[in-house]
Design a protein around this ligand. Sequence first.
Ligand code: SAM
Ligand code: SF4
Ligand code: SF4
Length: 337
Amino acid sequence: MNPIYDQLKRPLRDLRISVTDRCNFRCSYCMPEEIFGPDFAFLPNDKILSFEEIERLVKIFVSFGVKKIRITGGEPLMRRDLPVLVRMIRNIEGVEDIAMTTNGSLLKKYARPLKEAGLDRVSVSLDSLDDERFFAMNGRRGKVKTVLAGIEAAAEAGLYVKVNMVVQKGKNTEDILPMAQYFKEKKHILRFIEYMDVGSSNGWRLDDVVSKKSIVEEVSKIVPVKPVAPNYKGEVATRFAYEDGDGEVGVISSVTDSFCGNCSRARISAEGKMYTCLFATEGTDLRSLLRSDLSDDDVAAQIAAVWENRTDRYSDERTEQTASRRKGRIEMSHIGG
Ligand code: SAM
Ligand code: SF4
Ligand code: SF4
């Protein structure tokens, strides 16, 4: 193993791989319908990394000490035969943990084959328990009960489940409490995500963000909560345990309490570009490298050079001004959060 560090001495530890830029939802904060409409040009198949190309990249990243892989999208379950890819990654020596982020709409069908292929964990996104508000946020695509069935199927299949809720002022603030209550009872960890200025299409305004502080105040109405130490260095969610000893919630506070100092994550988009920050405008084209005559060592050297030059700390430096300069920023649906 050959660990590499960026300019701020952060190691490369995690890899997120987007396996498709397509999605069956149109969440207003991610793929708003007005932009991702029927004429939107998604990537053609030959521009998307094959499973073999992804496998080759994972092996290279593992040689730098990456142990955790997260599969994401778009909606990862829109990619055909996904369990086959999970199995290929599982068989790579050095991979300790494989997770997937999904909107849950197809999870009921795929939970068991994914578990059998070697998936460890899923994070399922769900923004409300109320169909009308959920519809308003997901472009009238997914029903609450379908996602809840996916969550239960995942748990029954033996996957470790967490639920992610993006909180957007005026859209689903009133859902914080019922969501916390529901998942406390179900014994799944709920993580609230502050609405972020990713990409350039969601019309983000600082006023639309519900802060970690407000979220925690709201959750405390059920049972008071107290902060608890992270499970590991670089965990993005701040953890809060219920004082009755029954469960916990997390808050991912990229806006009001950023965590760039611990950011050890690289992202690969479906077309094979490597990004070293969620808020990047430029990626490094790994697909061309993979489709050239370069050896694994040559590709590894180029990836290492990108990481070793990295200085990203966008969220630590965010202001209203930087947030308004968003042209050309990579969309969340390309790199999957
Ligand atoms: N389609 C899958 C899903 O929704 O879980 C995976 C990809 S999605 C881009 C990954 C995560 O990013 C989801 O939990 C989603 O809610 C979150 N997300 C997307 N846009 C966001 C934004 N503007 N602010 C905060 N979180 C966002
Ligand atoms: Fe699709 Fe996930 Fe983006 Fe929603 S957040 S539009 S489900 S990729
Ligand atoms: Fe990492 Fe960029 Fe997010 Fe900071 S803003 S935590 S560097 S992805």
